[in-house]
Design a protein around this ligand. Structure first.
Ligand code: SF4
Ligand code: SF4
Ligand code: SF4
Length: 281
């Protein structure tokens, strides 16, 4: 196995019921090209630049700086999150560089109580070669494979990846290009291209939009996305997610959460456009 397939793993959640159908192990990889204002895990966006700040602040000596790299000792960590709070680089020092087979070994300890794996992030498609090998190994042991993605990766150019992927859960953070740039710092051409491509090859398991009052025209996004998806015969779920401030950076925490009546109204809009499977969370 080549070292090039080693990826930075932020965390592995053994049992998750919110990352796809059934009970699943969720694998979160570090690194993401977007910079969403409402990101709940802003410490997963970037790789550590070894500035050393968290090493000085760690109360238990779980972090050391060796050869310009931060070394993390899991056994000394008291999970106080000080390192996450003091990092100014959107990074975490608590990552493990792991090969696909190593991740699978951890996943296997959750069998037979899981239906499959979901890879998330950060943005897991930052590491397509890892995903291909990891998913192949998962398939060999009978697990289903899902990708949770911000849509920045061109799936149409990677048939090999889609062959071992059962479905993609795609974030459409805003339909309008300028609004998407405002929300994420990046345009959405690839996201919308992926939405239609994945739907056309029956690999789009779910589309998600986070509803953030005052940040963008979420009603317009949900209406446009629903319009597009209703053209496809497959039953694609639309997950409408209420903004919650937990974990969000201080400067973006002041948006209000939408109330249930507003979420129900949005679900009705999606339904009126032809979406049958709508999930509000
Ligand atoms: S995790 Fe952040 S604070 Fe810690 S060394 Fe890396 S860049 Fe610096
Ligand atoms: S969470 Fe971070 S700062 Fe706290 S003990 Fe663990 S490594 Fe150290
Ligand atoms: S795409 Fe996801 S991980 Fe990346 S910044 Fe946005 S919310 Fe955070």
């Amino acid at each position: 196995m080549s070292n090039s397939l080693k990826v930075p793993v932020n965390r592995i959640i053994p049992f998750s019921s919110v990352d796809g159908p059934g009970n699943r192990t969720a694998v979160f990889l570090q690194g993401c090209g977007f910079d969403c204002k409402y990101c709940h895990n802003p410490e997963t966006r970037n790789l550590c630049v070894a500035c050393g700040r968290c090493v000085q602040e760690c109360p238990t000596g779980a972090l050391t700086l060796v050869d310009n790299k931060v070394i993390f000792d899991y056994n000394k960590c008291c999970k106080c999150d000080t390192c996450i709070k003091v990092c100014k680089h959107g990074a975490s020092p608590r990552i493990r560089w792991m090969e696909p087979a190593e991740v699978l070994e951890e996943v296997k300890s959750n069998m037979p109580f899981i239906r499959g794996v979901t890879t998330s992030g950060g943005e897991c498609t930052t590491y397509p070669e890892f995903l291909k090998e990891f998913f192949r190994l998962c398939k060999d042991v009978g697990l289903t494979t899902l990708i949770d993605s911000n849509g920045s990766y061109d799936f149409s150019k990677d048939r090999e990846l889609l062959e071992v992927t059962d479905g993609v859960m795609l974030d459409v953070k805003a339909y309008d290009l300028n609004e998407h740039i405002n929300v994420t710092g990046t345009d959405n051409k690839m996201v919308l291209q992926n939405m239609e491509y994945l739907a056309s090859v029956d690999k789009l398991f779910e589309v998600r939009t986070v509803v953030v009052p005052g940040l963008f025209d979420y009603e317009g996004t949900i209406a446009e996305v629903s319009n597009k998806l209703s053209a496809y015969k497959t039953n694609i779920r639309y997950k409408i997610i209420a903004f919650r401030p937990n974990g969000v950076r201080q400067e973006y925490r002041n948006y209000n959460s939408p109330d249930r009546a507003e979420l129900d109204r949005l679900a009705e809009i999606a339904k009126s456009k032809g979406i049958k499977d709508i999930n509000i969370i």
